[in-house]
Design a protein around this ligand. Structure first.
Ligand SMILES: NC(=O)c1ccc[n+]([C@@H]2O[C@H](COP(=O)([O-])OP(=O)(O)OC[C@H]3O[C@@H](n4cnc5c(N)ncnc54)[C@H](O)[C@@H]3O)[C@@H](O)[C@H]2O)c1
Ligand SMILES: [Zn+2]
Length: 360
């Protein structure tokens, strides 16, 4: 089992990476979690993962009760949170209790939010089962729900006691979801690690074959990269902003397309946009744009969007909760892969030219 530490003073915690659920009981023990355990999962993950996971707890002598929420982003809201609270209340839990999120980012975000707020905070553990959750959402402590059409608008920073990644959960994950998760993985390479970027590009085929060794290496690298950023900047100051590479345009496309595309698919388009922006600003050569585009094409992620509505996407960018004032912030590659800088750009023509280029 691989172990990575996220160092955040008294909120520090380990991330374990494994190829099955067998060690979960031991991890609960070393985190000194002695209270009752409630596993929260969604209807899809319940069908293919929860039995094996719960068995691993039982084998180690832990009792686990399960609560299943409906799958899908549309259920990451206060109504579902209320259902979770009601269930917890019925169990008469005390503050030693632990909520375990078994699922993707939706389950992780809402379970973390319930854990952060129930009884003013009970223990929280993540067992992420999508590539997006294993490489991105389970590290960093951002928890929350959507409200009145705004994504992640209600929430908190709440760190788990530990994260347990079983890479073989990806065997039941649909390819489209795996692909979308890979967008964030590629992003980590582009912002901080060119060797890792090359590794992903070289191993695309093995990733889709769910090669255990490759998936473990990817989980390890991803978590280390995200943890290093979060350790230096837990509450989203300037450094953590580099994780938004590809997201300025990506988020806007996601909303304008009314969530018909997955988040990772929009990030893929946004990354191509950011590369183009850097090219137009003469910060990088066109060959670098094509290199990134080539990797994303190989993965099967979208790199162009026919019929893109330039004005709509442009206007939508100003609704991003991360923008400061009326100026748009872009994370752009700095000369090469593995290094980025944050740029404030208010050249409307340039931005629109970049968005339009995604339609060609
Ligand atoms: N907290 C953060 O820092 C952070 C970062 C990025 C994204 N997010 C959030 O994460 C969410 C997206 O996460 P996601 O992409 O994991 O989506 P998701 O949780 O909706 O999972 C995607 C789909 O795959 C299914 N699924 C999950 N694991 C499976 C498995 N192993 N086998 C079969 N099916 C499986 C789910 O039921 C769902 O239908 C969004 O709500 C986003 O806001 C949070
Ligand atoms: Zn993202």
């Amino acid at each position: 089992m691989i172990k990575i530490s996220v160092n955040l003073q008294d909120r520090s915690y380990p991330i374990y990476i494994n190829t099955d659920y067998a060690q979960i009981g031991r991890c609960v023990q070393s985190a000194r979690l002695t209270g009752r355990i409630v596993l929260i999962t969604d209807t899809n993950v319940d069908k293919c993962q929860s039995e094996e996971c719960i068995k691993a707890f039982l084998d180690e002598g832990y009792e686990v009760s399960k609560f299943v929420i409906p799958a899908g982003e549309e259920n990451k809201n206060l109504e579902t949170t209320r259902d979770i609270y009601k269930h917890l209340l019925g169990l008469k839990l005390d503050r030693n209790a632990t909520l375990i999120a078994l699922g993707g980012g939706v389950v992780g975000d809402i379970t973390g939010f319930a854990a952060a707020t129930f009884l003013r905070g009970i223990n929280f553990v993540q067992i992420p089962t999508t590539l997006l959750a294993q490489s991105d959402s389970s590290v960093g402590g951002k928890v929350g729900v959507d409200f009145e059409g705004s994504k992640n608008i209600i929430g908190s920073f709440y760190q788990p006691k530990f994260v347990y990644i079983n890479v073989n959960t990806l065997k039941t994950l649909p390819d489209r979801e795996l692909r979308a998760g890979l967008a964030e993985v590629v992003k980590h390479g582009i912002i901080l690690d060119d060797e890792f970027y090359e590794y992903i590009d070289y191993n695309v085929h093995k990733i889709f074959n769910r090669d255990e060794a490759v998936l473990q290496y990817i989980a390890k690298k991803n978590c280390s990269i995200k943890a290093s950023v979060v350790e230096k900047d837990e509450k989203e100051g300037d450094l953590r902003a580099i994780l938004n590479f590809g997201h300025t345009i990506g988020h806007a496309i996601e909303t304008v397309m009314d969530f018909a595309l997955l988040h990772g698919e929009c990030v893929s388009l946004g990354m191509v946009g950011a590369m183009r922006m850097a090219q137009y600003l003469e910060m990088i050569d066109e060959s670098l744009v094509n290199r990134v585009k080539g990797t994303l094409d190989k993965i099967g992620l979208p790199t162009k969007l026919e019929g893109i509505d330039v004005d709509k996407v442009y206007n939508q960018m100003f609704y991003d909760k991360k923008i400061k004032g009326r100026k748009l912030i872009f994370i752009l590659p700095r000369k090469k892969i593995g290094e980025v800088i944050q740029c404030t750009i208010d050249d409307e023509d340039l931005i629109k030219r970049v968005i339009a280029s995604l339609g060609e």
